[in-house]
Design a protein around this ligand. Structure first.
Ligand code: ATP
Ligand code: MG
Length: 213
C-alpha cells in the first residue's frame, strides 16, 4: 500500500473501507461513506477502487487509473477520506477477503469496518471466505433503493451467530443512483448532472471515458 496512505492512519483508529468498481464514483458512494464515518465514529474512510473485479469481467470498465482519478477528485475536499490503489496495483482479480487480510496485516491495532450497499451485502453469503471476512472486519450495510434487506440478515445470523455483533444495518438518504445508470445515460445523451460531483462529470467528458460502447 502507498506510503502516504499508511502514514495517514494513526494507531488505534477506526477505519472505514469503501470498496467498489467506482465506474464512475457517484453520490450514492459518497453519502454511504460519509454517513458511516459519522454514525460509526470512523477516523478515516479508505476508498479502494477494484482492479479486475472477479464478477464484472465481461462488461465495459473504464481504465483503473481513470476510475482512481475520479475517486480522488471526488474526495479531495474531505480530509477524512483517502483513496488507495491497493487493489489496482495487485495482480489478478481482487477479492474482498484478500484486501481485508492485507489491511489487517498493515493495521493490526486498528478496527476495520467494511462499508457496503445492501445489494452487495446480500452477496456476502456467496463471498469466498465469508466467515473470514466477518472475522477480520465489521460490516456496515447501507440501505439502497431497490435492495431491501428483509430476512436476509436473520438468515445470515443463523449461519454465523457471532456475526450479530459484527454486521450492522445503516439507513442512509435514499439515492437511486448507480454507475450502470450513469453510463447508460451518457450513451443515450441524457444528463448526469447532480448524480455525481460536477468535477467528475467534466473529467468524464474531457477524457471521453464512457463514449464508445
Ligand atoms: P454498478 O452499477 O456498476 O454495479 P454501483 O453504482 O453499484 O455500480 P459499485 O462500484 O458497484 O457501484 O458499488 C460500490 C459499493 O457502493 C457497493 O457496496 C454498493 O452496494 C454501494 N453503493 C453503490 N451505489 C449505492 C447507493 N446508491 N446507495 C447505497 N449504496 C450504494
Ligand atoms: Mg454495483
Amino acid at each position: 500500500m502507498e506510503r502516504s496512505v499508511r502514514e495517514s492512519i494513526a494507531g488505534g483508529c477506526r477505519i472505514g473501507i469503501m470498496g467498489g468498481t467506482f465506474n464512475p464514483i457517484h453520490y450514492g458512494h459518497l453519502v454511504a461513506a460519509e454517513t458511516a464515518r459519522v454514525e460509526f465514529a470512523l477516523d478515516k474512510v479508505l476508498f479502494i477502487p477494484t482492479g479486475i473485479p472477479p464478477h464484472k469481467v465481461d462488461y465495459q470498465i473504464a481504465d483503473s487509473d481513470l476510475r482512481f482519478a475520479m475517486v480522488e477528485i471526488s474526495i479531495r475536499d474531505n480530509e477524512n477520506f483517502i483513496a488507495s490503489r491497493i487493489e489496482i496495483d495487485r495482480e489478478g482479480p481482487s477479492y474482498t477477503y484478500d484486501t481485508l487480510k492485507a489491511l489487517h496485516r498493515l493495521f493490526p491495532e486498528q478496527e476495520l469496518f467494511f462499508i457496503t450497499g445492501s445489494d452487495a451485502l446480500r452477496d456476502i453469503l456467496n463471498w469466498r471466505e465469508a466467515e473470514g471476512i466477518i472475522g477480520i472486519s465489521k460490516i456496515i450495510g447501507a440501505s439502497r433503493p431497490g435492495y431491501e434487506i428483509g430476512d436476509f440478515l436473520g438468515e445470515l445470523f443463523d449461519r454465523y451467530p457471532y456475526a450479530q455483533d459484527r454486521i450492522f444495518e445503516m439507513e442512509i438518504p435514499a439515492l437511486a443512483i448507480s454507475s450502470t445508470d450513469i453510463r447508460k445515460r451518457i450513451w443515450n445523451n441524457k444528463s448526469i448532472r447532480y448524480l455525481l460531483p460536477e468535477e467528475v462529470r467534466r473529467f468524464i467528458i474531457e477524457n471521453n471515458i464512457y463514449i464508445s460502447k
